[in-house]
Design a protein around this ligand. Structure first.
Ligand code: BG6
Ligand code: MG
Length: 214
Protein backbone atom coordinates (compact mmCIF):
# COMPACT_ATOMS: atom_id res chain seq x y z
CA UNK A 1 0.00 0.00 0.00
CA UNK A 2 1.00 3.63 -0.36
CA UNK A 3 1.76 5.46 2.89
CA UNK A 4 -1.38 5.53 5.04
CA UNK A 5 -2.83 8.93 5.97
CA UNK A 6 -5.19 7.80 8.69
CA UNK A 7 -5.41 5.23 11.50
CA UNK A 8 -8.76 3.92 12.79
CA UNK A 9 -8.64 2.36 16.25
CA UNK A 10 -11.17 -0.01 17.72
CA UNK A 11 -11.87 1.11 21.31
CA UNK A 12 -12.82 -1.79 23.63
CA UNK A 13 -9.87 -4.18 24.00
CA UNK A 14 -7.49 -1.96 22.00
CA UNK A 15 -7.38 1.52 23.58
CA UNK A 16 -8.93 0.49 26.89
CA UNK A 17 -9.62 -2.80 28.65
CA UNK A 18 -13.34 -2.68 29.24
CA UNK A 19 -13.59 -6.43 28.51
CA UNK A 20 -13.73 -7.27 32.22
CA UNK A 21 -16.53 -4.75 32.78
CA UNK A 22 -18.57 -6.22 29.88
CA UNK A 23 -17.93 -9.68 31.37
CA UNK A 24 -19.09 -8.60 34.81
CA UNK A 25 -22.30 -7.04 33.45
CA UNK A 26 -23.19 -9.94 31.12
CA UNK A 27 -22.42 -12.46 33.91
CA UNK A 28 -25.17 -10.94 36.04
CA UNK A 29 -27.71 -11.25 33.21
CA UNK A 30 -26.59 -14.82 32.36
CA UNK A 31 -26.79 -15.88 36.02
CA UNK A 32 -30.34 -14.60 36.29
CA UNK A 33 -31.28 -16.65 33.19
CA UNK A 34 -29.49 -19.75 34.53
CA UNK A 35 -26.95 -19.74 31.68
CA UNK A 36 -23.35 -20.76 32.44
CA UNK A 37 -21.12 -17.97 31.08
CA UNK A 38 -17.31 -18.07 31.04
CA UNK A 39 -14.53 -15.64 30.10
CA UNK A 40 -14.04 -17.70 26.91
CA UNK A 41 -17.72 -17.10 26.08
CA UNK A 42 -17.14 -13.39 26.76
CA UNK A 43 -14.28 -13.37 24.24
CA UNK A 44 -16.79 -14.32 21.54
CA UNK A 45 -18.62 -11.04 22.19
CA UNK A 46 -15.64 -8.87 21.23
CA UNK A 47 -16.63 -6.34 18.59
CA UNK A 48 -20.19 -7.69 18.48
CA UNK A 49 -23.14 -5.31 19.18
CA UNK A 50 -25.05 -5.48 22.47
CA UNK A 51 -28.08 -7.09 20.81
CA UNK A 52 -26.03 -9.70 18.92
CA UNK A 53 -24.07 -10.41 22.13
CA UNK A 54 -27.33 -11.22 23.94
CA UNK A 55 -28.31 -13.63 21.14
CA UNK A 56 -24.94 -15.39 21.47
CA UNK A 57 -25.43 -15.73 25.25
CA UNK A 58 -29.00 -17.03 24.86
CA UNK A 59 -27.74 -19.62 22.33
CA UNK A 60 -25.53 -21.04 25.13
CA UNK A 61 -28.65 -22.68 26.56
CA UNK A 62 -31.04 -19.95 27.65
CA UNK A 63 -34.83 -19.97 27.82
CA UNK A 64 -37.01 -18.77 24.94
CA UNK A 65 -37.09 -14.97 25.18
CA UNK A 66 -39.43 -12.60 23.33
CA UNK A 67 -38.16 -9.55 21.44
CA UNK A 68 -39.58 -7.29 24.19
CA UNK A 69 -37.82 -9.29 26.94
CA UNK A 70 -34.58 -9.15 24.92
CA UNK A 71 -34.79 -5.38 24.78
CA UNK A 72 -35.31 -5.25 28.57
CA UNK A 73 -32.34 -7.60 29.19
CA UNK A 74 -30.07 -5.57 26.89
CA UNK A 75 -31.09 -2.36 28.69
CA UNK A 76 -30.41 -3.97 32.07
CA UNK A 77 -26.97 -5.13 30.97
CA UNK A 78 -26.21 -1.64 29.74
CA UNK A 79 -27.32 -0.06 33.03
CA UNK A 80 -24.95 -2.37 34.97
CA UNK A 81 -22.14 -1.71 32.46
CA UNK A 82 -22.57 2.08 32.60
CA UNK A 83 -22.45 2.02 36.41
CA UNK A 84 -19.10 0.21 36.08
CA UNK A 85 -17.91 2.70 33.41
CA UNK A 86 -18.51 5.43 36.00
CA UNK A 87 -15.31 4.23 37.74
CA UNK A 88 -13.14 4.79 34.63
CA UNK A 89 -10.54 7.55 34.74
CA UNK A 90 -7.51 8.67 32.66
CA UNK A 91 -5.39 6.34 34.83
CA UNK A 92 -7.06 3.36 33.09
CA UNK A 93 -5.34 4.17 29.78
CA UNK A 94 -1.90 2.61 29.30
CA UNK A 95 0.60 5.50 28.96
CA UNK A 96 2.12 3.65 25.97
CA UNK A 97 -1.25 3.90 24.18
CA UNK A 98 -1.48 7.64 24.83
CA UNK A 99 2.12 8.13 23.64
CA UNK A 100 1.44 6.07 20.49
CA UNK A 101 -1.52 8.29 19.59
CA UNK A 102 0.55 11.44 20.17
CA UNK A 103 3.41 10.11 18.05
CA UNK A 104 1.08 9.15 15.17
CA UNK A 105 -0.29 12.69 15.20
CA UNK A 106 3.26 14.11 15.22
CA UNK A 107 3.82 12.03 12.10
CA UNK A 108 0.88 13.83 10.50
CA UNK A 109 -1.63 10.95 10.52
CA UNK A 110 -5.34 11.60 11.06
CA UNK A 111 -6.81 9.46 13.84
CA UNK A 112 -10.32 8.07 14.35
CA UNK A 113 -12.12 5.65 16.63
CA UNK A 114 -14.18 2.90 14.95
CA UNK A 115 -16.20 1.15 17.67
CA UNK A 116 -19.41 -0.92 17.81
CA UNK A 117 -20.18 0.57 21.21
CA UNK A 118 -22.95 3.06 21.90
CA UNK A 119 -20.99 4.00 25.04
CA UNK A 120 -17.81 4.96 23.13
CA UNK A 121 -18.15 8.72 23.62
CA UNK A 122 -18.70 8.30 27.38
CA UNK A 123 -15.59 6.08 27.62
CA UNK A 124 -13.50 8.55 25.57
CA UNK A 125 -14.61 11.48 27.75
CA UNK A 126 -14.03 9.67 31.06
CA UNK A 127 -10.54 8.54 30.05
CA UNK A 128 -9.52 11.86 28.51
CA UNK A 129 -8.91 10.15 25.15
CA UNK A 130 -11.41 12.15 23.09
CA UNK A 131 -8.96 14.94 22.27
CA UNK A 132 -6.47 12.43 20.82
CA UNK A 133 -8.85 11.79 17.89
CA UNK A 134 -9.99 13.79 14.88
CA UNK A 135 -13.22 11.77 14.56
CA UNK A 136 -15.34 9.17 16.31
CA UNK A 137 -17.47 6.59 14.47
CA UNK A 138 -19.39 4.33 16.85
CA UNK A 139 -22.56 2.35 17.51
CA UNK A 140 -24.53 5.61 17.46
CA UNK A 141 -23.88 6.37 13.77
CA UNK A 142 -24.30 2.94 12.18
CA UNK A 143 -27.21 0.68 11.39
CA UNK A 144 -25.13 -2.49 10.94
CA UNK A 145 -22.56 -3.70 13.49
CA UNK A 146 -19.17 -5.38 12.81
CA UNK A 147 -18.48 -7.66 10.93
CA UNK A 148 -20.23 -5.21 8.58
CA UNK A 149 -17.69 -2.55 7.51
CA UNK A 150 -20.09 0.41 8.00
CA UNK A 151 -18.45 1.75 11.20
CA UNK A 152 -15.00 1.88 9.53
CA UNK A 153 -16.37 3.30 6.25
CA UNK A 154 -17.99 6.10 8.26
CA UNK A 155 -14.74 6.69 10.19
CA UNK A 156 -12.81 7.04 6.91
CA UNK A 157 -15.49 9.41 5.61
CA UNK A 158 -15.26 11.52 8.81
CA UNK A 159 -11.48 11.74 8.19
CA UNK A 160 -12.12 12.65 4.51
CA UNK A 161 -10.01 9.65 3.41
CA UNK A 162 -10.59 6.54 1.28
CA UNK A 163 -10.42 3.10 3.00
CA UNK A 164 -7.15 2.25 1.22
CA UNK A 165 -5.59 5.42 2.70
CA UNK A 166 -6.35 4.19 6.25
CA UNK A 167 -5.30 1.31 8.48
CA UNK A 168 -7.46 -0.30 11.18
CA UNK A 169 -6.28 -1.58 14.59
CA UNK A 170 -8.48 -4.38 16.00
CA UNK A 171 -8.60 -7.05 18.72
CA UNK A 172 -11.72 -8.87 17.45
CA UNK A 173 -12.28 -11.32 14.62
CA UNK A 174 -15.53 -9.48 13.77
CA UNK A 175 -13.50 -6.26 13.44
CA UNK A 176 -10.86 -7.83 11.20
CA UNK A 177 -13.62 -9.20 8.95
CA UNK A 178 -15.21 -5.72 8.85
CA UNK A 179 -11.90 -4.04 7.96
CA UNK A 180 -11.12 -6.62 5.26
CA UNK A 181 -14.60 -6.36 3.75
CA UNK A 182 -14.35 -2.55 3.70
CA UNK A 183 -10.97 -2.56 1.91
CA UNK A 184 -8.86 -1.49 4.91
CA UNK A 185 -5.46 -2.99 5.69
CA UNK A 186 -5.51 -3.99 9.39
CA UNK A 187 -3.40 -4.72 12.45
CA UNK A 188 -4.57 -7.68 14.55
CA UNK A 189 -3.94 -7.73 18.31
CA UNK A 190 -4.48 -10.61 20.72
CA UNK A 191 -6.96 -13.23 19.50
CA UNK A 192 -7.53 -11.24 16.31
CA UNK A 193 -3.88 -11.74 15.35
CA UNK A 194 -4.80 -15.31 14.35
CA UNK A 195 -7.47 -14.18 11.88
CA UNK A 196 -6.49 -15.06 8.26
CA UNK A 197 -7.40 -11.59 6.96
CA UNK A 198 -5.02 -9.69 9.25
CA UNK A 199 -2.42 -7.63 7.34
CA UNK A 200 0.06 -7.30 10.28
CA UNK A 201 0.08 -9.26 13.54
CA UNK A 202 1.08 -7.17 16.56
CA UNK A 203 1.47 -7.87 20.30
CA UNK A 204 0.73 -4.39 21.59
CA UNK A 205 -0.68 -1.10 20.30
CA UNK A 206 2.71 0.67 20.24
CA UNK A 207 3.95 -1.87 17.64
CA UNK A 208 1.99 0.06 14.97
CA UNK A 209 4.73 2.71 15.14
CA UNK A 210 7.28 0.31 13.62
CA UNK A 211 4.98 -0.44 10.70
CA UNK A 212 3.88 3.15 10.13
CA UNK A 213 7.39 4.58 10.06
CA UNK A 214 7.95 8.15 8.91
C1 BG6 B 1 -17.68 -3.48 21.34
C2 BG6 B 1 -17.33 -4.53 22.36
O1 BG6 B 1 -16.67 -2.51 21.27
O2 BG6 B 1 -18.91 -2.84 21.68
C3 BG6 B 1 -18.48 -5.52 22.50
O3 BG6 B 1 -16.15 -5.22 21.96
C4 BG6 B 1 -19.78 -4.77 22.83
O4 BG6 B 1 -18.18 -6.46 23.50
C5 BG6 B 1 -20.04 -3.72 21.76
O5 BG6 B 1 -20.87 -5.68 22.89
C6 BG6 B 1 -21.29 -2.89 22.04
O6 BG6 B 1 -21.07 -2.12 23.19
P1 BG6 B 1 -22.15 -1.27 23.96
O7 BG6 B 1 -21.30 -0.41 24.89
O8 BG6 B 1 -22.89 -0.46 22.95
O9 BG6 B 1 -23.03 -2.20 24.69
MG1 MG C 1 -12.43 -4.58 20.49
Amino acid sequence: MSDPRGVIFDLDGVLIHTDELHFHAWSQIAKRLGIPFTREDNDRLRGVSREDSLDIILALGGPEVSATEKAVLADEKNAIYRRLLGQLSPADVDPAVRETLAELRRRGLRLAVGSSSKNAKMILERTGLRESFDAVSDGENVTRSKPDPEVFLMAAQFLALQPAQCVVVEDAGAGIAAAHDGGFPCFGLGDAAQHPDVTWRIDKVEDVLEHLAV
